[in-house]
Design a binder for this molecule. Structure first.
Ligand code: SF4
Length: 269
């Protein structure tokens, strides 16, 4: 039996949060504000669940957290997951979403264990803004080193996810465009998902973050000075592609240089 959603589409992707802990304290994040709320299962239990889900048609496994690289034994866990085979007998597509802080030292063993892709959460390409959002000093250099090490190790693609917060980092769009081209990574601007009471912002010493969305503000004007491209995906194509796409608009000049705008809750409301 293969898992299907209510539209009859096969479910092939599984996200596994192997820890709720994080070494960053991002201003918009529950974990960043309240710390870990959930205990961790032994990795052998996660592996058992992944094995069961693979038996139901899962082909892609993404490790997340918290910060998954904080979990001791993560390399062995990736190796164990990589031993599994899909229902069609293929190797699994194993990815990780990480804040990148520990990636530089861990990416080689992770790649050897079977990791194929990485998505790095990164909300600014300006070290000071980065520290203001993560509330951890000097993290930017570590994350940049992690992204470069991931590319050197051969992870493909390496993606960067940026949560845009009005008043915090909306001025980073053009800088991220440059970063995407210079570092050879795919940048995705994602909308903050106000799924819990944590979306009721309290004003802090860092100010009050506000949501930024391509749907509530003209992102064309924000990107009008991008020297590389000025042609969003045409609306008709966007509509046609919507049911299976996370990103709702994109600038794409080459396979490597892509900037994606991903609407989440409000875009699908
Ligand atoms: S890196 Fe991710 S999990 Fe950690 S505090 Fe920031 S948003 Fe939350």
């Amino acid at each position: 039996m293969r898992l299907r959603d209510k539209h009859g589409r096969y479910i092939t992707d599984l996200r596994v949060s192997i820890t709720d802990r994080c070494n960053y304290r991002c201003v918009y994040c529950r974990t960043g504000n309240q710390g870990a709320q959930y205990s961790e299962l032994p990795l052998s239990d996660y592996l058992r669940m992944v094995r069961i889900m693979v038996g139901l048609g899962i082909e892609k496994v993404r490790l997340t957290g918290g910060e998954p690289l904080l979990r001791s034994g993560v390399v062995d866990f990736v190796r164990d997951v990589a031993m599994l085979r899909s229902l069609d007998g293929h190797k699994l597509d194993i990815a990780i979403t990480t804040n990148g802080h520990l990636l530089a030292d861990m990416v080689e063993p992770l790649k050897r264990a079977g990791l194929r892709r990485a998505t790095v959460s990164m909300d600014a390409v300006d070290p000071e803004k980065f520290a203001r959002i993560t509330r951890v000093p000097k993290g930017y250099d570590a994350v940049l080193a992690g992204i470069r090490a991931a590319r050197r190790a051969g992870l493909d693609p390496v993606k960067v996810n940026c949560v845009l917060l009005r008043g915090f980092n909306e001025d980073q769009i053009v800088e991220f465009a440059r970063f995407s081209r210079e570092e050879g990574v795919v940048v995705r601007f994602i909308e903050f998902m106000p799924l819990s009471s944590s979306c009721r912002w309290k004003k802090t010493a860092y100010g009050r973050p506000r949501l930024w969305s391509p749907w509530t503000r003209s992102w064309r004007s924000s990107t009008s000075s991008v020297p590389y491209a000025s042609c969003p995906t045409p609306p008709a194509r966007r509509r046609a592609a919507t049911p299976s796409m996370t990103a709702r608009a994109k600038l794409e000049l080459s396979r490597r240089f892509r900037i994606l705008f991903a609407g989440t809750v409000r875009a699908s409301a």
